[in-house]
Structure formats: structure tokens, C-alpha cells
Design a protein around this ligand. Structure first.
Ligand code: VGL
Ligand code: ZN
Length: 201
């Protein structure tokens, strides 16, 4: 079984939002098309309580994109984004959300961030995604979504750790920072992952 995971395709990450991924909106038509080619589609959703510790607004003297140490792990501080129940945390109206069978929410613990759809950044708590995929007999995990260099990459690395064959669909993702993404995609194959194009599917 092959599963497509839609990572954090949410309003706040689109151009015009508080944490915009350049061209993030342009993946939506392709992501809609790709869904029919998979046995299983699931989505992840960044879902922070207001005042989450990853928000720069709660750290006097700090600004967005500064880094601090949080719970022993390096943390980039972000603009407030994807607050539970807000329109910004919702899925874009143009994104087809009929096919995804389940939505795995992450980032609810106010004290620690969670980039991956599988675990928080301290690898302390699981979302249950790995067990869900295994119970569905998934062996291949295909990733699309935002942001390529943050949550898509982290989800991919955890997927490899969970022993799934793991593919990042390059044209179905966009990074916050292109250079950062390019560097990370040199490590990804070294860990067993594959960067592919949608036409390779
Ligand atoms: C993300 C930064 C903060 C992402 C989520 O979905 O890539 N990035 N929270
Ligand atoms: Zn977040």
C-alpha cells in the first residue's frame, strides 16, 4: 500500500498568511490531482494553542526567526500561526479534503514544537500516525505539502526511522528557504529517502 501524506497545507502557510511559504498556494492543483493515484491519503494539521512557546510573541526581546533552546532542543521562533480553531489553521478552500481519511494534528503541547507528523521535536510523544499506517499495511509513504524544509522534511525523516519507504514529491512541496531545502535534500537520500517528481509516480 502507498499512502500520500498532505503535510500542513493550511491557510497560514500560504502567501498572505503570517508564515507564508513562497508559492505555497501553487502546489494545491497538483496535490488535488495526485490524491486519486494513492490507496490512502491522510493529512497533518499544525494545531497550536494560543501562546504556544514556539511563537516569538511570547518571548520578550526576541523576534520571529530567532532561535532559543526549548526543552533542551533548538527552537526557531515563529510568527503566531495555526492557532486552534482559527481560519488560518484551516485547510484552503481550494484543497480537496474529501479523500483524506484521517487528519493527524500536532503542536498541541504548549511547551514543545512538533514539525513531524509522527513525533514532537523531542521525540517524546507519538501522534499515532506510524501505527495507523502500519495497521493499513502501508509500506510506501509519499509526502507533499508545506513547508518542504521544515515539516515535510521532518515527517520524511521520522517516516524513514519508522521503516517506511519514503518519498518527497518535490514539485508537490515548497520550502520556506530554498537553500536550506537544497542542503537537506542532500542528507535525505543518505538516510534512505528519495526525492522524486510527480511525473515519476
Ligand atoms: C511549520 C514552522 C512552524 C511547517 C509549522 O508546517 O512547516 N513550520 N510550524
Ligand atoms: Zn507550527
Amino acid at each position: 500500500m502507498r499512502a500520500l501524506i498532505l503535510v500542513d497545507i493550511q491557510n497560514d502557510f500560504l502567501p498572505g498568511g503570517p508564515l507564508p511559504v513562497p508559492e505555497g498556494d501553487t502546489i494545491i492543483p497538483l496535490v488535488n490531482q495526485l490524491q486519486d493515484r494513492f490507496d490512502l491519503v491522510v493529512a497533518t494539521q499544525d494545531w497550536h494553542p494560543a501562546g504556544h512557546k514556539s511563537f516569538a510573541s511570547g518571548h520578550p526581546g526576541k523576534k520571529a526567526f530567532d532561535t532559543i533552546i526549548l526543552q533542551g532542543v533548538q527552537q526557531t521562533l515563529w510568527p503566531d500561526h495555526c492557532v486552534q480553531g482559527t481560519v488560518g489553521a484551516g485547510f484552503p478552500t481550494l484543497l480537496n479534503m474529501n479523500k483524506p481519511e484521517a487528519i493527524f494534528r500536532k503542536g498541541m503541547d504548549p511547551e514543545i514544537d512538533s514539525y513531524s507528523g509522527f513525533y514532537d521535536n523531542g521525540h517524546l510523544k507519538s501522534t499515532g500516525l506510524a501505527g495507523y499506517l502500519r495497521e493499513k499495511n502501508v509500506t510506501g509513504v509519499y509526502l507533499a505539502g508545506l513547508a518542504g524544509d521544515i515539516c515535510v522534511f521532518s515527517t520524511g525523516m521520522d517516516s524513514l526511522k519508522e521503516n517506511f519507504f519514503t518519498f518527497i514529491i518535490e514539485d508537490a512541496t515548497r520550502p520556506l528557504n530554498r537553500e536550506h531545502f537544497r542542503k537537506l535534500m542532500q542528507d535525505f537520500p543518505a538516510n534512505g529517502g528519495k526525492l522524486i517528481q510527480s511525473q515519476d509516480l
